[in-house]
Design a binder for this molecule. Sequence first.
Ligand SMILES: [Zn+2]
Length: 381
Amino acid sequence: MDVNRERLAANFTELCEIDSPSRREGRISRRLQQIFREIGAREIIEDDSSARTGSECGNLVIRFTGDLDLEPIFFSCHMDTVQPAEGVRVKRIGDLFTSAGDTVLGSDDKSGIAACIEAMRLLRESKRPHRPVELVITTCEEVGLVGAKALDPKLVQAKEGYALDSSGFARVITHAPAANRLTITVNGVAAHAGLHPEWGVSALILAAQALARVPAGRIDEETTANFGTISGGAASNIVPEKVVIEGEVRSHSMEKLARVTGEIEEIFTAAVTAWSDPAGSAKGSPSVHVEVRQDFPVMRLQREDRVLRRVEAAARSIGMTLSYERAGGGSDANIFNGHGLATAIIATGMTNVHSTKEQVELQDMVDLTRLLIALLTEPSC
Ligand SMILES: [Zn+2]
């Protein structure tokens, strides 16, 4: 069963040229529903997440009936892209796709979607028996996995799947860290800096004292921490009343994630507690509030897990050698794994993603399509 290269190329190009920056996925969603209806989807569900995500549309769950008595699996992709994404024009030189240079290409993640479409089309044309499959196509992945977070996991019937959403090729991501987001608010007391500085308590100085002590950067091989923004104060002649700092901690170990997050919290609390006012002239005392939100849960798959054994067997059946790697970032796969849906990430061939130099080779999308077909048809996996 040969992949129809030119049809795949045309489909990919069409999808890329439908602009779909995060929250403006309405047009591409309608087009995808039409395509999947044409190629025999049994059921197409658009969920009600748009009210929570602010997108023009919901996530899509698309079901295809299977004729092999094998466990259903799902493939997931996201339909949104990062900016600049207005007026995408695809340039093809030989079999290499890029944008015209002024926008992203959108192969992140339309390379994955195009491979799904070609795989399902080929299976239908060839009448080759395959397992039941669901396609989960999310919105708003690029703005914090917002679509996947708003998806009711009960809508996905398969218990295991593959997110087609990573750069490079023949790579499978098995581990990705969990992340906490921190918003730290240090409250001081405002006062005129020239007339009555002793009345004030500088939130900025207290925040700086704490920041100088917190763990940051690479903590160990599986843990990182970063403080990304600081805002506050009103003018150079006012003792700053309030400073807000935003940061994050990531770790492949939930225990270390909790420990480093706790350390940061303690250091800020200690800096504020240690404040003293020997002259007794301050018009108040400082306080700190640390808000911790879990951004995404950890992803940790073992080589003996069925989800990895299946992709290994599928790759072997088509002569493809896979590498297994850890990622440093979070993706929709973290969210699915957090819901108990074992999900590995498969690279789609895209490179230089999140830049106007993004590109993808047609051959990589062809081989990804072959891998998807093997995952759906090989009885041994
Ligand atoms: Zn992506």
